[in-house]
Write a protein that binds this ligand. Structure first.
Ligand SMILES: *Cc1c(COP(=O)(O)O)cnc(C)c1O
Length: 426
């Protein structure tokens, strides 16, 4: 591959044109393995950012893609419908919290979040109330487009760069108590104060249930989410849950909100929806929200991307939901969680390690010092794994099909990195 061209001309996520870091040329992938151009096999610890849950080059997903592309890869969704969209929406509604009845399909997670925020704004507008603020949590992540970014952690997403343009929302302290720790009632205090103070201006509360992903890989107590739902009910506010990272079994439940037995008014899904094959997202809502939105001045929900409901993506998503419906994920994720509970927690003994956190098929090591990306990435590749840490977080969310041998390989590599001082900025 022409890596020099890549370095000179192609932007990768959050990278600099001045000091481009090494990019590894991947030529194909199979099961839990990514293969470099020189045939080096890497055990994937990232599931391509939460998405490739069933592993790569999956025969059933491949078949669904082939079958659909031979019929129709795309058609506009305005005034037209098709079987793959009907199939995927039926399957989504069958597994989602049962109060959700309407599905809006879009093309990425960030857009699903934009759609959820617009639904909440239109909902209040239709009720004749002007409400334009959202309440969310520190350390959250909801995407890179502007509205999504405006409810993402202000420091992590550098809101100061967009001053005067980015809308200002309200941020409550993120929960401090971990998933496995005893619930501490004071954890909800700041959220309760903020909602009491601002509720008349709020269009909705938006947050990631149980696991805050890219904003810090924090795994919090289900009681916090239960309290949030209660407070939203008390103040008659909509609750938007962003399950783009946590959805489809990653946390050990099909949806993370099930840990707290709460239902959202609006649910955002993406990432693993197509099993990591292509980009597709969905925003689900209740009949009440949908009908209120559509009863307003606009008479409809004001959104409609060109590639909305792309048949190829829907067909693959539908096949992925069939694999999920087989129920195997539950045991697979449980096995990964047991492995983390036994093996990952041992890493707390390392001097470099501040805290170990895990839930379902998510394992997180928070270190004292930030990683040197170039050095740690090279070491991981040398050791035959693909793990991409950020800041002070080395984390893995492997495909559900990962076996103990693969998990061992990932953990052995992390152990080597923790024992290599050069991997960390002192
Ligand atoms: C990744 C992510 C998004 C954004 O999804 P994209 O497909 O990258 O736009 C939004 N919310 C959460 C919780 C995510 O993890």
């Amino acid at each position: 591959m022409d890596l020099a061209f890549d370095r000179q001309h192609i932007w990768h996520p959050y990278t600099s044109t001045l000091t481009p870091l090494t990019c590894y040329p991947v030529s194909h992938s199979q099961g839990v393995y990514l293969y470099l151009e020189d045939e080096t096999a890497l055990v994937d610890g990232m599931s391509s950012w939460w998405s490739a849950i069933h592993g790569y080059n999956h025969p059933e997903l491949n078949q669904a893609a082939h079958d659909q592309i031979n019929k129709m890869s795309h058609v506009m969704f305005g005034g037209i419908t098709h079987q793959p969209a009907i199939d995927v929406c039926k399957k989504l509604l069958a597994i989602a919290p049962n109060n959700l009845q309407h599905v809006f399909l879009a093309d990425s997670g960030s857009v699903a979040v934009e759609v959820s925020l617009k639904m909440a704004l239109q909902y209040w507008h239709a009720k004749g109330e002007s409400r334009s603020k959202f309440l969310t949590l520190r350390h959250g992540y909801h995407g890179d487009t502007f509205a999504a970014m405006s409810v993402t952690d202000p420091d992590n997403s550098m809101h100061n760069l967009y001053k005067g343009f980015l809308p200002q929302h309200i941020f409550a302290q993120s929960p401090q108590g971990g998933f496995w720790q005893p619930w501490d009632e004071s954890d909800i205090d700041d959220f309760r104060e903020k909602i009491a103070q601002h509720h008349s201006q709020l269009a909705a509360v938006i947050l990631e249930p149980i696991v805050q992903g890219a904003g810090g890989m924090r795994i919090y107590h289900p009681e916090f989410l239960r309290r949030v739902r209660q407070l939203c009910d008390e103040y008659n506010l909509l609750l938007i849950l962003d399950e783009i990272a946590t959805g489809f079994g990653r946390t050990g439940k099909l949806f993370a909100c099930e840990h707290a037995e709460v239902q959202p008014d609006i649910l955002c899904l993406g990432k693993a929806l197509t099993g990591g094959y292509m980009t597709l997202s969905a925003t689900l809502t209740t009949k009440k929200v949908a009908d209120t939105v559509c009863g307003g001045e606009a008479g409809c929900f004001m959104h409609g991307p060109t590639f909305m409901g792309n048949p190829l993506a829907c067909a693959v998503a539908s096949a992925s939901l069939d694999i999920i419906a087989s129920g195997k994920w539950k045991q697979q994720v449980q096995q990964i969680e047991s492995f983390f509970a036994k093996e990952l927690v041992k890493f707390e003994a390392f001097e470099q390690v501040k805290q170990v956190r895990y839930l379902g098929a998510i394992g997180v090591i928070e270190t004292h010092h930030s990683v040197n990306m170039e050095i740690i990435q090279a070491l991981f590749v040398e050791l035959g794994v693909w793990i991409r840490p950020f800041g002070r977080l080395i984390y893995i969310m492997p495909p559900y099909i990962s076996q103990p041998e693969h998990l061992n390989k990932l953990l052995t590599a992390i152990k080597s990195a923790l024992n290599t001082p050069e991997c960390f900025n002192q």
